[in-house]
Design a protein around this ligand. Structure first.
Ligand SMILES: Cc1cc2nc3c(=O)[nH]c(=O)nc-3n(C[C@H](O)[C@H](O)[C@H](O)COP(=O)(O)OP(=O)(O)OC[C@H]3O[C@@H](n4cnc5c(N)ncnc54)[C@H](O)[C@@H]3O)c2cc1C
Length: 269
């Protein structure tokens, strides 16, 4: 698990502006990964960074969906078919198995680790509703993939964009009240910007709903040793990245308020 594997890139797709989906094969990961777990991706000569897995397919095929935000992710997004990356993992705690009726909420590239969970629900014919939020049509990943997955049950998939260029205008959290009042969900899963997660956490706490969220912090070792990803008393890499609502209670004053920079210093979000 900890030994890095060198994987050849099979295909690169443009997912949205500055967002690429990179396909490769890794039997070690594909044979044991649980949706929501992450892998450490080594970009030769540069860095190693945590990434969610956004697709698990047949014959050990996997994908990561990367938003270019800095040096490592920009380099990853520039890689082409035939180039190589290193992979170790899968690491961390993933999402609980889906219930009978599930709601999945993703903000931007935060939808990446939720995609295998959606694929699982659709494959196993488990009820699932999906809310996807983004800034605008061309900056929001997975719209086309999710439309294809949900067609013809498109009423189960709703999109919001902040500029109104696709779906409903506004934030994904604006749709919470309507969907929750019409359904009874036994699992709600979310991943995305921390302010979005904080709003969902507050809402689900008030309504006593069963929420699980995937959090992001600077992860360096990926295996719970270095401490760079502490949030309260949790190490995101080893205790998370998925946390249940009862666990979030202990870090509710940090959630959406504080993060850490690459040196571990606390910074306000
Ligand atoms: C468990 C986990 C899963 C992730 N999955 C994905 C994924 O599927 N797709 C994806 O595009 N990204 C994902 N990320 C975030 C990704 O790892 C960071 O964007 C990446 O490490 C940034 O590296 P960089 O050198 O490109 O940018 P840097 O130069 O290191 O940083 C650029 C900017 O991004 C911010 N940043 C860097 N790392 C993080 C982080 N971990 N959390 C929040 N902000 C950060 C910095 O504050 C800075 O503003 C994940 C992170 C974690 C912890």
């Amino acid at each position: 698990m900890h030994t890095p594997r060198v994987c050849k890139i099979l295909k690169v797709e443009s997912e949205a502006e500055n967002i690429k989906t990179i396909y490769f094969k890794d039997r070690r990961t594909s044979s044991r990964i649980i949706p929501g777990q992450f892998i450490m991706v080594w970009i030769p000569g540069l860095d190693e960074i945590p990434m969610g897995v956004s697709h698990t397919g047949l014959n050990s095929e996997l994908a990561i969906t990367v938003e270019a935000v800095g040096e490592a992710t920009e380099k990853l997004c520039s890689l082409k078919e035939g180039d190589v990356i290193g992979v170790r993992g899968p690491y961390g705690r993933g999402f609980s198995p889906p219930g009978l009726n599930n709601l999945i909420i993703g903000g931007g590239t935060g939808m990446a680790p939720l995609m295998p969970l959606i694929e699982l629900c659709v494959r196993e014919k488990i009820n699932v509703n999906v809310l996807l939020g983004g800034r605008s049509l061309n900056k929001t990943p997975f719209i086309k993939k999710l439309r294809d997955i949900f067609n013809p049950k498109l009423e189960c998939f709703k999109v919001t964009t902040e500029d109104g260029s696709y779906g409903c205008r506004g934030f994904v959290t604006d749709l919470l009240d309507e969907i929750i009042s019409k359904n009874s969900f036994d699992r709600i899963y979310a991943c995305g910007p921390e302010l979005m997660l904080k709003k969902i956490y507050d809402y689900c706490t008030e309504k006593k709903l069963p929420l699980e969220v995937s959090l992001e912090r600077y992860i360096k070792c990926g295996i719970g040793i270095c401490g760079s990803c502490y949030i309260g008393s949790y190490r995101v890499c080893a205790d998370g990245p998925v946390f249940k609502i009862a666990e979030l209670e202990k870090i509710r004053n940090i959630l959406g308020e504080w993060t850490r920079d690459s040196s571990g210093r606390l910074i306000q979000l």
